[in-house]
Design a protein around this ligand. Structure first.
Ligand SMILES: [Zn+2]
Length: 264
């Protein structure tokens, strides 16, 4: 009998040690507000898609910021509408009233509308013009060409000091629909996005007080066909108010809670 207790105690101690070690690997979190938040929304990039590319700027955030490659997308849709609304309003398609890409106002307000209500400033730069459907009025709005943003203009917008800048980049979704998420063309485009968008934004946030950069995605692309995938996506956060480390696996609607903690 004594031996059985001894063995059980031994395994219980091992279980506690394993739990503590695993839990300590998850140190990434939001610690407090940030004066300015720049949100880079990369349409059509799953963690599997990202993994195939060389992305030194995103790797920098992995090593110095908070991140996870285990963000689950909407339970019923891998469309852009329901997933961006989930991230920006905290409600997935079961409650947001947004189940596809048709242009409708979501049932719950997005973080942009909430900021405007308390007289904070919001800028939107978007290659997907239906983002307009999810917001009422913002301080600055710029439509960009599909899969092409005027980068100097974008950087000027970031420099202007808005409370929140939402940047939607469609390059990867555009290429994924033509060549698949497993194609070399797609992987090269991921590397280009890291260089052309993440690089300059990260550079600005690194050298300017009071700024936080967040990078998230709505869905991925299948490796062998030209469709969206349901695979998990990634989240990266770096700058003011961010404690570095890996973040627990989460749902995309939880990103909204991070935005609230940073912005209000
Ligand atoms: Zn698409």
């Amino acid at each position: 009998m004594f031996l059985i207790y001894l063995i059980l105690t031994f395994f219980a101690v091992i279980a506690v040690v394993v739990f503590v070690v695993i839990d300590n690997t998850y140190g990434g979190k939001v610690n407090g507000p940030s004066k300015h938040v720049v949100f880079l929304g990369l349409d059509g990039l799953s963690s599997r898609n990202l993994h195939r590319a060389k992305t030194p700027n995103i790797d920098f955030i992995k090593n110095n910021g908070a991140w996870t490659s285990e963000v689950s997308i909407d339970p019923y849709s891998n469309g852009s509408g329901p997933n961006w609304v989930g991230v920006l309003s905290g409600h997935d398609s079961t409650s947001s009233n947004i189940t596809d890409n048709s242009c409708k106002k979501p049932k719950y307000s997005t973080v942009m509308d909430q900021l405007m209500q308390v007289n904070k400033t919001v800028a939107v730069s978007t290659q997907w013009h239906d983002v307009k459907c999810f917001i009422n009025k913002v301080t600055y709005y710029q439509d960009e060409k599909r899969a092409f943003t005027d980068i100097p203009r974008l950087i000027n917008t970031v420099h202007a000091g808005y409370s929140f800048v939402f940047i939607h980049v469609d390059n990867l979704d555009f290429v994924g629909h033509r060549f698949s998420g497993g194609s070399n063309t797609y992987t090269k485009e991921v590397e280009k996005v890291d260089n052309d968008y993440v690089g300059p934004l990260l550079d600005y946030v690194t050298h300017t007080d009071g700024y936080t950069l967040i990078i998230a995605s709505d869905h991925g692309h299948k490796l062998t066909s030209k469709d969206h995938s349901n695979d998990p996506v990634s989240l990266f956060m770096y700058g003011e108010g961010i404690q570095k480390g890996k973040i627990h696996p989460m749902k995309n609607v939880d990103i909204y809670n991070y935005l609230k903690q940073l912005l209000f």
